[in-house]
Design a protein. Structure first.
Length: 408
């Protein structure tokens, strides 16, 4: 019988009542198939543990931070296993180490390098439901690591791939992947299916319902991935598929919002070879990722302005690095803007429809929303706008492309 991996996010296990509900959902699947249930920490536990670490004083040691953060998932797995036992089922909770999830030694953002599945398989063969702690692994030396925020999705997909599961179901607090965040756009609709490529792009630009690394991994293994609602388990949810297996190619599948953005500009830098390398090299040294880079020349063409976007928490260190580079290059100065959010549309057939970008920009213009920056990929158009106008912008764009109405 084919194995099913189910993953339950923080909101699904927020309270004992919800943990009991999760046990019911797992029980239904376990009546027909062997099950590995991957569990996140209860509610906001991970945020709370982070706060505790900072309260001790100074920047926490990353090894110890991982030791602390991993406890959130361990509490939740033990409780879920108990709730399953209470229903008369054989269940066992397992930590990252017990699961054999081997990662790199990069604390707080480790990547999985191998999964030694023998122990999980033994439990499954003996008829146990395995309740797996998400978000964590172990170094080859046995130190606890975590995979980065939202990492339980990645644990679920990695386990499903390693165990050759028939499907990986990500259970969350909404009924699937919607045309926009349903908590922002009330007319958003659940998509029956979406391609890995579109979902990856949506996840990268703000659709927090799935972690981009999990989508990438599912695509690599061609693993059927489904997003479903823990509180409405009969809803069929959204299935992720290869682009070639999709029945319909939509010009626009969804609209996303990423509010964790900030803008930086270095003004009047000399227009000569090596300058961009120096500017972005300084940021790369501090492991700061940049996006939406624009270089614009001035009238006499001897100097340029370079503008780009970073994550809001990276603004202070990025500004510090950029100010040092500006002094070295005799640039005029540095500008920082925290009032930025990114609104994006994603669609597999977007570039086949030449009018799409223009109609998005015009609709925002008609609504008096200023576009601060624009960037595009083959299947995405993103506009940086003022954070205070971002939610309105998402609703306007969602209406513009009739995403609440189209047959999806
Ligand atoms: P979990 O705790 O289950 O991991 P998350 O909070 O990480 O849940 O993800 C679920 C949330 O993702 C939803 O409550 C919703 O607000 C948000 N979300 C953002 N964009 C989308 C989208 N396009 N479709 C569905 N949910 C979305
Ligand atoms: N508990 C972790 C977090 O809050 C991992 C997860 O929920 O996916 O980031
Ligand atoms: Mg999540």
């Amino acid at each position: 019988m084919s194995l099913i991996v189910q993953k339950f996010g923080g909101t699904s296990v927020k309270s004992i009542a919800r943990i009991k509900n999760v046990a019911r959902v797992v029980e239904r699947a376990a009546a027909r198939n062997p099950v590995v249930a991957v569990v996140s920490a209860m509610g906001d536990t991970t945020d709370y543990l982070f706060k505790l670490a900072w309260q001790v004083g100074g920047k926490p040691n990353r090894r110890e931070l991982d030791a602390l953060l991993a406890t959130g998932e361990q509490i939740a797995t033990a409780l879920v296993a108990m709730a399953l036992s209470d229903r008369g089922l054989q269940a066992v909770s397992m930590t990252g180490n017990q699961l054999g999830i081997i990662t790199e030694s990069v604390h707080t953002s480790a990547r999985i390098v191998d999964i030694k599945t023998e122990r999980i398989r033994r439990y499954l063969d003996d008829g146990y439901i395995v309740v797996a702690a998400g978000f964590q692994g172990t170094t080859p030396e046995g130190d606890t690591t975590t995979l980065g925020r939202g990492g339980s999705d990645t644990t679920a997909v990695a386990l499903a791939a390693a165990l050759e599961a028939s499907i990986c179901d990500i259970y969350t607090d909404v009924s699937g992947v919607y045309t926009a965040d349903p908590n922002v756009v009330h007319t958003a609709r659940v998509l029956k299916e979406i391609s890995y490529e579109e979902m990856l792009e949506m996840a990268r630009v703000g659709a927090s319902v799935l972690h981009p690394r999990a989508v990438e991994l599912a695509r690599k293994h061609r693993l059927p991935l489904r997003v479903r609602n823990t509180f409405d388990p009969d809803h069929e949810g959204t299935v992720l598929k290869g682009a070639d297996q999709m029945e319909i190619q939509r010009p626009v599948s969804g609209v996303t919002l990423d509010r964790n953005q900030a803008r930086l500009a270095i003004l009047k830098v000399p227009d000569r070879p090596g300058v961009a390398g120096e500017v972005f090299g300084a940021l790369a040294e501090r492991r700061i990722s940049v996006d939406m880079i624009i270089q614009a020349f001035h009238e006499d063409r001897s100097v340029n302005d370079i503008t780009f976007v970073v994550k809001r928490e990276d603004l202070a260190p990025a500004k510090e690095s950029l100010t040092a580079v500006a002094a070295r290059l005799c640039a005029e100065g540095v500008l920082a803007d925290e009032d930025v959010a990114k609104v994006s549309i994603v669609g597999a057939a977007l570039m086949d429809q030449p009018g799409v970008a223009a109609s998005m920009f015009s609709a925002l213009g008609r609504a008096g929303i200023n576009i601060k920056m624009i960037s595009t990929s083959e299947i995405r158009i993103s506009c940086a706008v003022s954070d205070s106008e971002a939610e309105r912008a998402v609703r306007i764009v969602h209406d513009l492309f009739h995403l609440g109405e189209t047959d999806s």
